[in-house]
Each structure stands twice: as C-alpha cells, then as structure tokens.
Design a protein around this ligand. Structure first.
Ligand code: 3PG
Length: 408
C-alpha cells in the first residue's frame, strides 16, 4: 500500500471533517430515483459512521452523474438513504460552498452529518489540475478555512484529478477513508505482490482495456496467465488472424476495436504461453445457444459466450491459481442462454481457496445475482478507477494523499 495516512492517524473529536465519498449510483432516467445504493451503504457503514462515532462534524462531498446526463441529480436522495442506513438524521443543504453551505457547516455539532450539494454543480469541478491548482479555486478557498481535515474515501473516483478529489489535500491535513484504505490493500494483493500462480480473467465489452491491463501485468511479471473472454476474447481471436464471421467482425469494427489488433498480436508473440483465448464459443441461433469450435469459424451468427471446452480449460487454470482477478463477464450474462460461461467461471473462482478480486459493474452484478459475493476474496466498488489501477496508472487521488502524507 502506498504511504498514505489513514483514519487511525488522526483524532477527529470535535473536528470539522470534509469527507469525499463516491455516492455515484445508477438512477432511473424518468423518475430520477436511485436504483441501487451499495456505494452509499459502503461509505455510510464504514467511514461516515466511524467519523460520526468519533465525534467529528461530518461534511460529505460527493458527485452524482455528469452535467447534461440523465443521472445528474442533486444529492438530497443520497442524504435520505444515508440517514436510513445509519438510522440517524442526516442534514442536506442544496448549496456547495455558498453562505448556506457554510452556515450549515457552522451549525453542525459533534457526531452530526451534513451532505452538501452535488460537487459537479460547480462548473470547474471536472477541470483537471494539480492539487495546488485545484486548491486555488473558490470551492476549496471557501470551504477549507472552515474544516480541520480532509478524508478522501472516494477510491472509485480517484482516477479523476478533479477539484474535490485533489484540491483539499494541498491545504488541509489529509487521510484516506476506510473504503479507500480497503480498496488499496485488496488491490495491492492482486497487483503489487500477488501469490503465484496469478490468473487474470478479462472479459466484458472494453477490449482495449483488456489489452492495456494484459500488457502491464505480463510485462511486470504480475500475472502468469491471461484468460480472455467476452469481447476481449473475440478481439484476441481476430488478432490471431481468425475471421469470426460478418456480424462479429462488424461489431469489432463499429466499436473501433480493430485498431488494437496489432498491439494484441505483439502481446501474443511475446507471451504465447501466457495468453489464453477461447477454444470454443457459443453463438446465437435464433435466440438459442449453439456451441462451435474456433476451427469452425467464420460463423454467420453472433458470438455470445465462451463454449464448454473453454469453460473447462479456464476452470482448471483457476483451480491451480493462488490469486485471481476477474473484470468483465465472459458472455452476455443477462441472457439465460449465454449465462453459462460467466456463471461457471465465477463459480470456479468462488470454489477456489485463492485470493480473488472482482471488479467492474457488470461482474459485480453477476456475482450478486448468483449469490456468490460471500465466496469472493474482495469485491471492488470501483469501475474506471480499478481499470486504471490494473493498467498500472497512478491515480491522482492517491498520489495527492501520498504528497499530503509526506508533508504531515
Ligand atoms: C464511477 O462511477 O465510476 C465514478 O464515480 C467516476 O465517475 P465518472 O466516470 O463520471 O467520473
């Protein structure tokens, strides 16, 4: 884990604490109702509850959606949900750093919780910048003098160098919240010093991410094997020179994924034994599953899952692994006909004694639906931040906490 301070390093009693969480949740576009509250629950039951218990005056900063998107809504609902989860009153003010926000902060008593307005209502919030640049904004300049400490708990947004993520770290003592700490510890096990053999299962639709993650974890001796499924599996097969058939090649072309073929070819030349692509596939024949070997390609039907032989081969490799990372489903999990690949691979991971890390919204949804969450080593709350971490990128939110720790 990088050298950052945690909540254990600070006495919060009677202190005003600005805590940046990631409450960003799926929202029903018409009713604007929050559909799923796992992130609110995660931050609420850990960091926010602990700060309140320790007698802090807790001021919550968070974003929801992006301006112009249907899920860009105020944080009033989030505050209500948080109150229900914690079974205590949570205040909300529809102001971010104006007089009403500052007055609400002033009125807080020890142990009380206040949620401020969606930080993305501030037009400069999403402009990228260094902690020092972001500290010069009117947002930071207005709130920081009223606060004693900044807690960054938003690992899931730590890949953004936004004002509310890095700005306060330049001017306030700054520590990681419990979710941030937990994520960094778990991810360290998968990336910094994984027990060997270490297997990365990469699926989902973002095949370009799969390439970048594979390059990083193979070049750095982190992973011993890559198991490619989902769209990544298709693209890796195409990079082997296989014609997948019209609907499948068109899909890859439309998504602009063919430009990554040369990078994947190079990866497979360098790591022939480590990169595993599907040996059979399930195609959609009028809504029904039909399995074909890759030797039977091209197919005029859409490929929607890995086949039974591949499931068997991947499961055997998972059985032998000591650490496993999975990001992205191996097929169209939502469709019962094409659920098998993802389900069987997740079950194999659940049955293994190895440390496992599960990331990505769709994969997390799949394990929840299959009731496998308790059998997994660690389930990340993050999407994009996790992917960037697995690619070996430095996350600005974490770097800012490291810099703050050095100064303190
Ligand atoms: C997420 O949901 O992945 C984070 O909250 C980041 O959201 P963003 O991609 O809108 O910055």
């Amino acid at each position: 884990m990088p050298k950052i301070l945690t909540m254990t390093d600070f006495d919060f009693k009677d202190k005003t604490v600005l805590v940046r969480v990631d409450f960003n949740s799926p929202v029903e576009p018409q009713s604007k109702k929050i559909l799923e509250d796992s992130r609110i629950k995660a931050h609420g039951e850990t960091t926010i509850e602990e700060l309140s218990q320790k007698g802090a005056k807790v001021v919550v900063l968070a974003h929801q959606g992006r301006p112009g998107e249907p899920d860009f809504i105020p944080l009033e609902q989030h505050a209500q949900i948080l109150g229900k989860i914690l079974k205590k009153s949570v205040r909300y003010v529809d102001d971010l750093f104006g007089e009403r926000a500052k007055k609400a902060m002033e009125d807080l008593r020890s142990g009380e919780i206040l949620v401020l307005e969606n930080v993305r209502t501030y037009p400069k919030e999403r402009k990228k910048g260094s902690p020092e640049e972001q500290a010069n904004t009117d947002f930071v300049q207005s709130l920081a003098p009223q606060a004693d400490v900044f807690v960054n708990d938003a690992f899931a947004a730590a890949h953004r160098s936004h004002v509310s993520i890095v700005g306060f770290t330049a001017v306030l003592p700054s520590v990681a919240g419990r979710i941030m700490e937990r994520e960094l510890n778990a991810l360290g096990k998968a990336l910094v010093s994984p027990e060997k053999p270490c297997v990365y299962v990469l699926g989902g639709a973002k095949a370009d991410d799969a390439l970048k993650i594979s390059e990083y974890v193979l070049d750095n001796g982190i992973a011993d094997s890559i198991l490619a499924g989902g769209v990544a599996g298709h693209l890796f097969l195409a990079a082997k020179g296989l014609d997948l058939g019209r609907p499948n090649m068109e899909f890859l072309e439309k998504r602009g994924l063919m430009e990554f073929v040369s990078g994947i070819k190079k990866l497979m030349e360098n790591y022939r034994a480590q990169v595993n692509t599907p040996q059979d596939l399930a195609v959609n024949v009028n809504g029904k599953r039909r399995e074909i070997d890759v030797e039977e390609l091209p197919t005029s039907y859409p490929i929607c899952d890995i086949g039974t032989k591949t499931i068997h081969q991947f499961s055997e490799m998972i059985k032998k692994a000591k650490s496993i990372v999975i990001s992205g489903p191996l097929g169209i999990f939502e469709d019962e006909e094409f659920r098998k690949g993802t389900q069987k691979i997740l079950e194999a991971i659940g049955d293994s004694k190895a440390f496992s890390l599960v990331g990505g919204g769709h994969t997390v949804a799949a394990i929840e639906q299959l009731g496998l969450k308790s059998k997994m080593g660690y389930v990340s709350t993050a999407g994009g931040a996790l992917i960037e971490f697995l690619m070996g990128e430095k996350l600005p939110g974490v770097v800012a906490l490291e810099a703050a720790a050095e100064r303190q």
